[in-house]
Design a protein around this ligand. Structure first.
Ligand SMILES: CC(=O)N[C@H]1[C@@H](OP(=O)(O)OP(=O)(O)OC[C@H]2O[C@@H](n3ccc(=O)[nH]c3=O)[C@H](O)[C@@H]2O)O[C@H](CO)[C@@H](O)[C@@H]1O[C@H](C)C(=O)N[C@@H](C)C(=O)N[C@H](CCC(=O)O)C(=O)O
Ligand SMILES: Nc1ncnc2c1ncn2[C@@H]1O[C@H](COP(=O)(O)OP(=O)(O)OP(=O)(O)O)[C@@H](O)[C@H]1O
Ligand SMILES: N[C@H](CCC[C@H](N)C(=O)O)C(=O)O
Ligand SMILES: [Mg+2]
Length: 485
């Protein structure tokens, strides 16, 4: 592609340069990481939290970059360097234009918890309606005949648009993706053409990245005020503390607001009956009641399922078909996933709650069908928000009968220090650093009627400490531990 093809109204500051010699440069690819540059590519220099991409322009040139784009003026480089005000936005729009195609119908969902679940559910509803559908998120990419393990919740634009073009080339017509607050803040989604967008809820998360909760909420709202084209549907869970403000933000951005949930107008949850690991709900839509059997535990899953159904309906699935599809939903990997049942009947679940609200929701979700005790095993990640540690300790102590505090990716931190910060607010908790031992101990305590939740790692396949990631799966460990009792 010629650089000239990247000219457009979004970057008037580039137009003069692209009308000249720089516009005639043919590029073979785009990356913001000099380590990924190959001959003929365009390098976009981004000023990040650890490094300034502008310092890597020479490195990119040595690897074969033809041209670079940067916020800072760099005259000394061996390749032309064009200046733009917002290189991250440029990267997103340039990658979209370079790769050129995406599944026709795309939605994105934001919120503190439930994004992976909503994306997974939306994909399944579309698939049941006969569409070739994909999901992109924390657990990776899932598409017909394809399952890749995930890295980022919202991939970097160059990776994302290469993937979207591949999916479109494979015949995928519908895709649901997660919009993380980092992704929105860093303009990773700005080149994606969305047909609708969703919001689940807002709680404490990523306080190591966002200076305040307001800033965090503002980042999430960029899905509506920057990414979703004006006038398109915004599906909002109506039952969260932040729902009103999210709906206001979506309305102010000119969208059609569709609220779902107990307080929702578009899909109104009238009644829920909890079964042991499923639930029955009555949902009102357009004056008609639909009976829905959801084969998943946890009331929060109803909320996720309604956001997903709202997104599917907003993108053309008949309401009755979308709601009927909920009866066959499979939970996203590692989200309140039943890992096994002990011989005496106790249930053991693996869950991805690694933040306060999620832990609170998941522990509350299993209580109604637990006739014995709720046992929880969890830890907190190192090099992440330290403030959540005592909060999660307090929640576990309040909502579980037995609390076992263990390690969850200590990364570069001292695991004992992390554990002690949790236990400061969890008096009476049992401390077992080794996660495998903690799970074995928890399983050995189980009796008839008890429920075990191993929280924090969900689908993850490793435990990271001291810069080394060793294979580790909560699901496999729980299964093994149950066999041993
Ligand atoms: C904190 C964060 O979000 N970091 C992201 C951010 O990096 P940064 O701004 O810190 O970049 P940096 O390391 O300072 O480097 C600046 C630039 O120099 C470039 N560079 C650097 C070194 C070099 O040799 N050559 C070179 O070109 C880098 O590629 C980068 O473009 O921009 C990079 C490029 O877009 C991202 O890859 C990177 O994600 C890192 C890997 C990450 O771990 N992010 C996590 C925290 C994240 O994004 N998580 C969210 C949320 C998950 C959730 O919801 O729980 C997600 O969407 O996954
Ligand atoms: N609607 C919800 N409200 C509160 N908690 C939820 C909700 N949905 C899921 N959870 C909890 O949050 C955990 C993560 O769910 P999910 O992966 O769907 O969310 P996410 O927003 O993608 O999270 P992440 O940002 O960590 O990728 C679940 O394992 C469960 O404990
Ligand atoms: N996307 C999140 C996942 C956290 C998962 C938890 N297991 C941990 O390691 O803290 C993060 O990287 O902060
Ligand atoms: Mg996710």
């Amino acid at each position: 592609m010629l650089m000239r093809a990247l000219a457009g109204t979004a970057f008037p500051e580039l137009n003069a340069a692209l009308a000249g010699r720089a516009g005639a440069i043919e590029i073979t690819g785009i990356s913001a990481d000099s380590r990924k540059i190959k001959a003929g590519m365009l390098f976009v220099a981004i000023a990040g939290s650890k490094a300034d991409g502008a310092a890597y322009i020479e490195d990119a040139a040595e690897k074969g970059a033809q041209i670079a784009v940067s916020a800072a003026a760099v005259d000394s480089a061996k390749i032309p360097v064009l200046q733009v005000d917002n290189p991250r936005l440029f990267l997103a729009l340039a990658a979209a234009r370079f790769f050129g195609s995406q599944p026709e119908t795309m939605v994105a969902v934001t919120g503190t918890a439930g994004k992976t679940s909503v994306a997974a559910f939306t994909r399944q509803i579309w698939a049941q309606a006969g569409h070739s559908a994909a999901m992109i998120g924390t657990t990776g990419v899932m598409a017909p005949g394809r399952k890749d393990y995930g890295s980022l919740t919202t991939p970097d634009p160059a990776v994302l648009h290469a993937l979207l073009a591949e999916l479109a080339g494979d015949g995928v017509t519908h895709a649901a993706m997660e919009a993380s607050s980092h992704g929105l803040d860093q303009y990773r989604l700005d080149g994606v053409k969305l047909a609708a967008a969703g919001f689940t809820n807002l709680g404490r998360d990523h306080m190591d990245y966002h200076p305040t909760v307001e800033h965090y909420f503002g980042a999430k709202m960029h899905l509506f005020d920057r990414v979703l084209p004006r006038g398109l549907p915004a599906v909002i869970n109506a039952d969260d503390e932040w729902s009103g403000r999210a709906a206001e933000a979506a309305k102010a951005a000119g969208h059609e607001v569709l609220t779902v949930g107990r307080k929702g107008d578009f899909l109104t949850l009238k009644r829920v009956e909890q079964k042991r690991d499923s639930q029955f709900a009555e949902v009102l839509h357009n004056g008609a009641i639909h009976e829905v059997r959801l084969p998943l535990a946890g009331e929060f899953q109803i909320s996720n399922a309604l956001v997903a159904a709202g997104l599917a309906i907003a993108t053309g699935v008949e309401a009755k078909d979308a709601l009927a599809a909920l009866e066959k939903l499979e939970g996203a990997e590692g989200r309140l996933q039943l890992a096994g049942k002990a011989a005496h009947g106790a249930l053991a679940y693996v869950d991805y709650a690694h933040k306060p609200d999620a832990l609170e929701k998941v522990l509350a979700a299993v209580r109604p069908f637990t006739t014995g005790r709720v046992v929880v095993v969890f830890g907190c990640g190192g090099d992440r928000d330290k403030g959540k540690r005592p909060i999660m300790g307090e929640i576990a102590t309040r909502l579980a009968d037995i609390v076992i505090v263990t390690d969850d990716n200590p990364r570069s931190e001292e695991p004992e220090v992390i554990r002690s910060e949790i236990i400061a607010a969890a008096p009476g908790a049992v401390e077992i650093g080794d996660r495998r031992e903690a799970i074995i101990h928890a399983a050995s305590l189980l009796k008839t009627g008890d429920t075990l939740i191993v929280a924090g790692k969900g689908h993850e396949e490793g435990q990271t400490a001291n810069g080394v990631t060793r294979p580790f799966s909560d699901l496999a460990e729980v299964k093994k531990a149950l066999e041993g009792i």
